[in-house]
Design a protein around this ligand. Structure first.
Ligand code: ZN
Length: 284
């Protein structure tokens, strides 16, 4: 199970949010057949998307975050709905050996030009859209700029995703600190001396899974508002949806499938899962 935690500290005028998808990211990257480099980028983008979305007040709406770049990855997408998320890398064939190790790997993979867009979706219809131009190839920095622009709140976002060379998830988690109204220069000084820079938070995140202690360490006296451990990886595809896709074909095409006596295979465009449809299930 994956975790989200929210806390508030009224003395420091900050809200803290934490996400940990270490236990569920593996399923996502196994289905996508990503390699350890693309998995790392995807893990980070999922973490920043979930953190950004924690302020989404209308939980009935599905949110899609999409990073489209001139980098080799081309596009990262994350859908968040109910307590589920699903992430996708467009160019899963990206070959790590094609990277020039003398140059910045993030620049090559994520590009330096492009945009992050957020779509609010209900029943497949896009109800609203907001986007920013990306600024460099750091996912956390771009998420901070996005949150600042879309919600007019200053924030610090730091995520860490560690994938080993066998594409196994070691850690994938992130933290966001929001400055609340009333935030003073004194509060800034406190945070700067305490947290220093986002590298400190990344190091701490990679070490601990005791988030209550982490929150207390960053901001003593914080009140934990909500801890939830029901966040899951889940795509929207299913056997029944794949079956209805077949049944929407022209009757002559369906007849051809049946005559061929070969069970058709439907591959989900998003997650890559394969569904083999039993001929006896097809209604004509
Ligand atoms: Zn799927």
């Amino acid at each position: 199970m994956s975790i989200t935690l929210r806390a508030v500290n009224n003395d420091l005028n900050i809200a803290i949010a934490i996400v940990d998808i270490t236990d569920t990211l593996q399923e996502n990257i196994d289905l996508q057949s990503t390699n350890f480099l693309t998995s790392t980028m995807l893990g980070k983008f999922i973490c920043t998307s979930i953190l950004t979305n924690l302020n989404n007040k209308d939980s009935q709406l599905e949110t899609r975050f999409q990073l489209t770049t001139d980098g080799l990855l081309e596009q990262l997408s994350v859908d968040i709905y109910d307590n589920h998320y699903r992430g996708k890398v467009k160019n899963i064939l990206l070959d790590p050996s094609s990277l020039d190790l003398k140059k910045d790997i993030y620049d090559q993979m994520l590009g330096t030009e492009g945009q992050i867009a957020q779509y609010k979706i209900r029943e497949g219809l896009i109800l609203s859209e907001s986007a920013i131009e990306i600024s460099g190839s750091d996912i956390d920095t771009n998420a901070m700029i996005f949150t600042k622009k879309s919600e007019q709140i200053n924030n610090i976002i730091a995520t860490t995703t560690i994938i080993n060379e066998d594409n196994k998830v070691i850690r994938s988690c992130g933290i966001m600190i929001h400055m609340l109204p009333g935030f003073t220069n004194e509060n800034v000084t406190f945070l700067e001396t305490k947290i220093g820079n986002t590298r400190y938070m990344k190091e701490v995140l990679a070490k601990t899974m005791n988030y209550n202690n982490l929150v207390e360490d960053i901001a003593p006296g914080s009140k934990i508002l909500r801890v939830s451990d029901d966040l899951k990886y889940k795509c929207k595809c299913s056997y029944d949806k794949s079956l209805s896709f077949i049944e929407l074909l022209q009757p002559s095409d369906i007849q051809e499938i049946i005559d061929n006596k070969e069970e058709p295979e439907i591959v989900c465009e998003f997650c890559g899962k394969k569904y083999r449809i039993s001929l006896s299930d097809i209604n004509i």
